[in-house]
Write a protein that binds this ligand. Structure first.
Ligand SMILES: C[S@@+](CC[C@H](N)C(=O)[O-])C[C@H]1O[C@@H](n2cnc3c(N)ncnc32)[C@H](O)[C@@H]1O
Length: 303
């Protein structure tokens, strides 16, 4: 399945696949290796929490490159099935190639659907729903939980993991970016942050207007029983970027620009760009950061 970046024409794929294949790693093999290692751990916890049985039908919502859903293959027997679903046609084409490479066409199906509208799937027809980092992009999270509840069989299980970006926004210093202190840049700091979309509205932005408790509450309100969440919050005093080039080419999420794209904006003068680089490059290369991050697992059963 990996390496992911063997694909040509990355500029021609949609923002979701471009981010999954390249932009989240800043084009750097070391960052890719570290990120994937941590994702594999997350996938294993999601699958542990959902307790896949050999004859189950497993639905992966917002599958991306298929990393979570395809992890269920090793738990399934011949009768088991996996549905990889996503809104992105490009992500699904990528998954289709992986499924062919794995010779798993019999057990794996692809479905283009938004997870707040799973009308292509019958009521009470799915044993397990898994997913990671997808609800964060969806405005109507309650509709998603209603759909999860509807399509699950009685006894069916839901297991997801979502980043809680709100946590870092609340804790981080207002003039910092990706853990780096921008205060020495004076007014340019605000220009950089506004190019990323700051200040974000924590009560409206779908990526920020929820936390672990709201996901737990949505699950219980929708009718799930045996609902659990496990929150992980971190403050780590070093950056994730092995090189300055990686920092330049990194996008924190599919909706975000890279730092290189930010600096290329017409709002910056050449002098400001030089100032930014002479301050920030050594800081990034020394790895001096104060990085907050958080995510939550939520798992639940429909009785
Ligand atoms: C950050 S990626 C996560 C991919 C994968 N689950 C993983 O853990 O690596 C988010 C994925 O959600 C998909 N997505 C975004 N909005 C969606 C929606 N409303 N319904 C279903 N998928 C969606 C994107 O196309 C993308 O593949």
């Amino acid at each position: 399945m990996y390496p992911l970046t063997d694909m040509d024409n990355l500029s021609e794929v949609d923002k979701w696949l471009a981010w999954l294949l390249d932009r989240r790693f800043g084009g750097n093999a070391e960052l890719m290796k570290n990120s994937l290692q941590s994702l594999i751990h997350t996938r294993d916890v999601i699958l542990h929490n959902v307790q896949v049985q050999p004859d189950n039908i497993v639905l992966d919502i917002g599958t991306g490159d298929g990393i979570i859903g395809l992890g269920a293959l090793s738990f399934l027997g011949e009768q088991g099935r996996i549905i990889l679903s996503d809104i992105s046609e490009d992500a699904l084409s990528y998954c289709a190639q992986t499924v062919t490479d794995l010779k798993e066409e019999q057990r794996v199906r692809l479905l283009q659907a938004s997870c707040d509208d799973l009308s292509a799937i019958k009521d009470n027809s799915i044993d397990c729903i898994v997913g990671r980092a997808v609800l964060i992009y969806v405005e109507d999270k309650k509709a998603c939980f209603r759909e999860f509840y509807r399509v699950l069989k009685p006894g069916g299980r839901l297991s997801i993991n979502e980043p809680i970006n709100r946590f870092s926004q609340i804790h981080k210093s207002p003039l910092s970016l990706l853990g780096f202190d921008l205060r020495p840049l004076g007014d340019i700091a605000n220009k950089i942050l506004s190019a990323y979309g700051y200040p974000f509205d924590l009560s409206v932005d779908p990526m920020l207007n929820f936390d672990e408790r709201s996901l737990f509450d949505l699950a219980t309100q929708t009718g799930f029983t045996q609902v659990h969440y496990q929150f992980n919050g971190h403050l780590v005093p070093q950056s994730v970027f092995p090189t300055w080039e990686t920092f330049l080419q990194y996008a924190p999420n599919p909706n975000s620009p890279t730092f290189e794209e930010v600096l290329a904006k017409a709002t910056f003068t050449d002098e400001e760009r030089s100032q930014v680089i002479s301050y920030l490059q050594p800081v990034v290369e020394r790895g001096e950061a104060k990085r907050y991050s958080a995510d939550t697992y939520v798992w639940a059963m429909k009785e």
